[in-house]
Design a protein around this ligand. Sequence first.
Ligand code: SF4
Length: 281
Amino acid sequence: MRITVAPSAGFCFGVRRAIKTALDTARQGFRVEMLGDIVHNEDVVRQVEAAGVRKVDALGDGRGKTLLIRAHGASKHIVADAQRRGYSIVDATCPMVKEIHTIVDDFYTRGLRVIIIGDGDHEEVQGIRGQIEAPVTIIDSAENIPWEELKGVDRAGVVVQSTQKAENVQAIVNALKPHFKELEVCNTICKATTTRQQEIKTLPKACNVVLVIGSRSSANTRRLYEIARELNPRSHWIQSKDDIDLAWFESAATVGITAGASTPQGTIDAVVGFLEKCGHF
Ligand code: SF4
């Protein structure tokens, strides 16, 4: 019986950086607030809150306070509103997401219609959309392209939510291409996501059972799970060791483990430790 943990499992560079920024800012004694969760993981949110960062649903009086912009970024409107209210800003937006913001600005300046491939209700996509005042088209699948919205548009620029599935992006771009005179595509899936998605293409084939660890609210964990499940029906999405059902491992010789970009190493270690302790491995 063998356990293989994917080398890329767990925190990506952007998440690690955002958590460090949050903890450092709180340590300096500032009154820090964050709008929503710093990253999509409940354990991390608890850790950051315990350090003194307050999670809020809406901006209030910001005098004497610091607003922490989380890894997914925020719209220009939110940042400007916070500054008007007196907050000072600490920006923990992942540099990869910042780069998407710059590209969108550039498309806008050059008169291209901005198209975002991503989940419309995800904070990263809302933050990208909120970089410009012009209309933006969001597409989540090739079957779901809002052609009405794009009527009369012949020049467009495409950016991609950093955690999208590469195959989904390709299918959407293929469907869009014939409809535009000029279509500039910037594949902004980040390196951390690409590495994970490549690893998850081999792990499920090499292992009898696959565990994908991460919060139910984590988009990149969901996509890892979807890829794993397509390749190996004995794939399971768990949030922690407590979700494990030992019946999954019946007659299994190998188990592969991966985890979303916002899953702490401690959660991964606990899963491995649990499997080792229960004697199956
Ligand atoms: S998944 Fe990619 S874009 Fe998102 S925080 Fe991590 S490195 Fe940055």
